[in-house]
Design a protein around this ligand. Sequence first.
Ligand SMILES: Nc1ncnc2c1ncn2[C@@H]1O[C@H](COP(=O)(O)OP(=O)(O)OP(=O)(O)O)[C@@H](O)[C@H]1O
Ligand SMILES: [Mg+2]
Length: 1043
Amino acid sequence: MSLPPHWKEVGGEGRVHRVMESTLTARDRVGVQDFVLLENYTSEAAFIENLRRRFGEKLIYTYIGSVLVSVNPYKDLEIYSKAHMERYRGVSFYEISPHIYAVSDNTYRAMRTERRDQCILISGESGAGKTEASKKILQYYATTCPVTDHMSTIRDRLLQSNPVLEAFGNAKTLRNDNSSRFGKYMDVQFDFRGAPIGGHILNYLLEKSRVVHQNHGERNFHIFYQLLEGGEQDQLSKLGLERNAQKYHYLVKGCCPRVSSINDKSDWKTVRKALTVIGFHEEEVEDLLNIIASVLHLGNTQFGEGEDGETQITTEPQLTYLSKVRTSNMNSTSSHRLTHSLILHFKGPLSFEQAVAARDALAKAVYGRAFTWLVAKINQSLAFKWIVFYLQDEVYNSSKGSSSVIGLLDIYGFEVFQHNSFEQFCINYCNEKLQQLFIKLTLKSEQEEYEAEGITWEPVKYFDNKIICDLVEEKHKGFISILDEECLRPGEPSDISFLEKLEDTLGGHAHFVTHKLANGKTRKAVGREEFRLIHYAGEVNYTVNGELANQSVNSRTVICQSDNQILSQCFHREEVTTQKRPETAATQFKNSLAKLIEILMSKEPSYVRCIKPNDAKQSGRFDEALVRHQVKYLGLMENLRVRRAGFAYRRRYEAFLQRYKSLCPGTWPNWQGRLADGVATLVQHLGYKPEEYKLGKTKIFIRFPKTLFTTEDALEARRPALALTLQTSWRGYRERAKYHLLVIQSAWRGMKSRRKARRRRHAAEIIRKFIKGFIYRHYERCPENEYFLDHQRFSFLMTLVRNPPKSVLDKSWPVPPPSLTEASEHLCRLCMQNMMRAYCRRIQPEWKKQMEQKVVASQIFQDQKDSYPQSVPKLFVASRLDSEEFNLKVIQTLGNDKVKYGVAVTKYDRRGYKARPRQLLLTSSFAVLVAEAKLKQRIDYAALRSISVSSLTDGFMVLHVPSEDNKQKSDVVLQCDHVIEVVTKLATMADKKNKVNISQDSIKFAVARGKEGVIDFTSGSELKVAKGKKGHLLVTAPQLNPR
Ligand SMILES: Nc1ncnc2c1ncn2[C@@H]1O[C@H](COP(=O)(O)OP(=O)(O)OP(=O)(O)O)[C@@H](O)[C@H]1O
Ligand SMILES: [Mg+2]
């Protein structure tokens, strides 16, 4: 297939194709956005040229298949806003320009849909942007994932763990002002809804040597400077520190404690806040700062010769402070001794040089372990706590089984210096392992995809770096085993004997060379104290100088007795007492790496490869040589070769058909059959040759990018025609739509008017009938009035339905029309009966009794006695006297006759009208008057003739009892506050309801032997009882309710 003229620049070394993607802007179309589409994919120059061109247009991201290559722009490109995040959310990888968010989103979606743990491996050399990339990914998840209230705490902690770890683990180096001096793997755990619910961090190989030494132009870890710059004055005084970093030997080795790009003061504030968010207690922060301070004091500790020629500490302030770390009890003698044991008794009496080395080793060990403690502490706070969810069963149950993880690995890339030490060895070994993992997994996923699509897998030639990994880690024969053996061997191990051992065991290995083993040109390039490993990414000479010393340094000190909580947790007593030799640093690293690889193997990987465009940290500068070096060490060409091994491009049928269907009359405008057939029709029409493509189950695989570009060009060429057709159809459609609109509008208006006229006619008809009916309303039912009468009836019934009487007391009733008078009466009666029945059904037995008594009271007193209306709302009670108020003796005397009601009354003597307090007790067959323990008078109900009360508001009553009866005393004059209640009860019990006399002016009563007494009642302002002139009792009753 030939290329159109505007692709002229394509082909050859350093030339790149352009691929058009519908959603890309013109700017995004620079170069190829996926290296697999590079025509000359084996050319490193073409690869770098593509990177350069895109970088020139500020396009820092490019794919190699699903691997993201990122070039550090060294300036804010404003491509990380929330709007950008939204653009990448849920969008397929290839539909939009490459971005770190696309990788983040794809990984997240893969985790959600496939329910498989994922990991993103970020590598690159120092300053290439690994840490920034991992922060961008974390921010993407923090912003776009669903979050509930308490999950937001975890989200904040995940984000805030960065400034803390960076303060303690990052430092300014020549290559990067914020260089991570440790490797970091972070797991973010998501629940079944895709919300972040926890995290875990693994740290690798902190560069502890930086604590005691920094190269020129570099600094110690940020935290030291942050504390000195930002810490409050009294905090510094407490720690025995001065604000000036120049005063501390450990901080000025690189001669640049201040850096213009770093604001230690504000960073300190950020770190303090972050520590709080993560959940550090004040005491823990204090302990941590004590450790930081103690490292600084250690650095300032000087040594001199003592009286007996032994080495001793000569700097008193440091001695004093350091003892604080050991114990809070500031006893200077003991602290002196302890500090001695802390430093000098590291391994018995030491020479001056040994003391300095021991001091530095101690500082490194303390800092290193404090860092490990810090990571563990952060992990505790990020740990997903099931208990939090315990009460939310739904979340608990579902999360338990279905939480998934995305791991982020931010680890150094290959490092090659003039002199490469043990640290570079570990880093490069780590990269060797990661490369092996990458090749394995990439090939595996390629193979799986081919199998799934039913396409024959063609074996790919690639360099398997297992041979180098084995060289380093193989048991008994590998580099690390030899190193261990050399350290364990009795006698002093030396670097030279170690090198000889290496030569003996590894000599002849294709990837291992030493000065002795090499010949000719190579021999010159390898020093006598060096060995060379031929890594997959290139050759590196490592120096063995100090290798063994590095291994054997251990920190068995009495520091494990410290009162500082962190130190005592970091240094265990067993370390001091145990006879077991600790593992060498190399073995420790090998083991932790093996664990990491195991973790990564269990997850689906994605890759971000970071590249640094120049060494000057400058934006817009692309140093080709430097980039070429990184492309080589990152193994990007190998990546591309593996990815391009079979087919350069693959796409799902529906996406392919959707994009190119306009190029074939058979598929345009829509293909109705099977997608695979549609694609087959399309590619046949486009003239694809059989070797150029394969059709899988769901995807088309295109072998060469050229084929795809030609198709793209054809689409580009078709676009104007397509646009014209679309325009014409659109105009036609618009005109037709306009016309249709007019027709619909007029039809609609006509219909509306007709409907209105119909309604108006109907309304006039009704009004007419109504008026006529009103005129004839008094006539018998006839056609003229029947509508009106029906309407009247209907509205009366509807009024009744909507507003029936609310209760038995509600006497309201709508006025019925004359034709319904009788029916209305029936209805009213029925309604009342219903309400009454319902009311009676609801009445409780006590209330019923109350009502019965009230009915008796009303029969006796209604309209008869003035105090009656006031008595109505007051409830009658069972008794006015409690059983405790009854005299026991009286009760005994009454025997079986139980007192049913008792009330306090005043008895007036019938002669002198002397008032005496009494209790009136009613039983079922008699009443008694009681004065304290004495039964004064018994009145049998059978003998009670009648009861007299006045018609006024007083409480007088006279119980008339026959005087002929010797056993009985005669009439009784009583006064009581509850006269209505008492008389009602007495009349009921004695069955004398008809014997209650209500007198207007006076009541006569019998005095002994035929004599009569009189009570005269008058109305007045207040109650008065007095003896009148005629010997009558004069009662003035208050006038409450004059009749
Ligand atoms: N995407 C980016 N946009 C803008 N600036 C960036 C970006 N990535 C990196 N940088 C700049 O580069 C500097 C170094 O980046 P970073 O700290 O991520 O490097 P690194 O690869 O982690 O290095 P090291 O291995 O030393 O830790 C950052 O401080 C920042 O100034
Ligand atoms: Mg970093």
